[in-house]
Design a binder for this molecule. Structure first.
Ligand code: TZP
Ligand code: MG
Length: 219
C-alpha cells in the first residue's frame, strides 16, 4: 500500500507523463512510431528535442509529430527553437539557461507554455521564473542521454525546489519505472523520459508501466 497516497495533478499542468523524443535516441522503432505508441500508452505531453537536426529538418519533423499529437489531443512542446514552435503552432517551447529567455519568448509568442530547465539553485531567483509555465528539474539523476549537466538534484533537490515554488515541476534525467514513484511522491508534477520510451521495444506498454507508478486523483 506504499503507493496508495494519491496526489492531485497540478491544476496548471495536468500532464503526468512527458515524452521527450529525439530521433537519435530511438533505437527500436522510428521516432514517429515511438510517439504514436507512447500516446497509445497514455503519455500526456510530448516534446520534440532535436539537438543535431538542421532547422529545415527540425521543422519537417515537428510538422509530422504535430499531426500525431493533434490526433491524440496532446500538447506538443518544441525544444529551444522559437521559429519551429511558432510555425507548427505548438503548445509551447522548452528552454534552458543558455537559450532564448522566457521573457523574450513571452514577448514574441504570448499565452503559450514555456518550460524552463533548472540546473542551479540560483536560477530560482532569476526573472525568467516569472515567465515560466513549468520548471524542468534537470537532471534528477545523471544520465547517458545528456552528459553536459551540472549536478544531479536527486530526491532532496526535488523536495527543496517543491518547497521554494508552486510552479509545476517536471522531473527529467534517468527516470525509469523503478524510480519514478519516489520522484513523484517527492513533489514532481510530471515525469519526463527520453530513453525509457525511445529505447523501448513496446513504448505503449512501457508508458503504461510508468503511469501505473504515478498515483493521482483524476482532475
Ligand atoms: N535534460 C536533462 S536530463 C535529459 C535532458 C534532456 C535527458 C533525459 O534522458 P533520459 O534518457 O530519460 O535519462
Ligand atoms: Mg528515460
Amino acid at each position: 500500500l506504499e503507493n496508495s497516497y494519491k496526489k492531485s495533478l497540478h491544476p496548471a499542468f495536468p500532464y503526468p507523463l512527458y515524452l521527450v523524443v529525439s530521433e537519435e535516441f530511438c533505437t527500436q522503432l522510428s521516432y514517429l512510431q515511438v510517439v504514436e505508441q507512447a500516446l497509445q500508452g497514455g503519455v500526456s505531453m510530448v516534446q520534440l528535442r532535436e539537438k543535431q537536426a538542421t532547422s529545415a529538418s527540425f521543422l519537417a519533423k515537428a510538422f509530422r509529430v504535430k499531426e500525431i499529437t493533434d490526433a491524440y489531443s496532446v500538447p506538443l512542446i518544441i525544444n529551444d527553437n522559437l521559429t519551429v514552435a511558432m510555425q507548427v503552432d505548438a503548445a509551447g517551447i522548452h528552454v534552458g539557461n543558455r537559450d532564448i529567455s522566457p521573457q523574450e519568448i513571452a514577448y514574441c509568442w504570448p499565452n503559450k507554455l514555456i518550460g524552463y530547465s533548472i540546473e542551479y539553485w540560483q536560477q530560482l531567483q532569476s526573472p525568467a521564473i516569472a515567465y515560466a509555465s513549468y520548471l524542468g528539474v534537470s537532471p534528477v539523476f545523471s544520465t547517458a542521454t545528456k552528459v553536459d549537466t551540472v549536478t544531479e538534484w536527486g530526491i532532496p533537490g526535488i523536495q527543496a525546489i517543491r518547497k521554494a515554488t508552486d510552479l509545476p515541476l517536471v522531473a527529467i534525467g534517468n527516470m525509469q519505472v523503478d524510480n519514478c514513484a519516489d520522484v513523484w511522491q517527492a513533489g514532481a508534477d510530471s515525469i519526463a523520459v527520453v530513453s525509457a520510451l525511445c529505447k523501448a521495444k513496446d513504448p505503449s506498454y512501457q508508458a503504461q508501466l510508468l503511469l501505473n507508478q504515478l498515483s493521482y486523483e483524476a482532475l
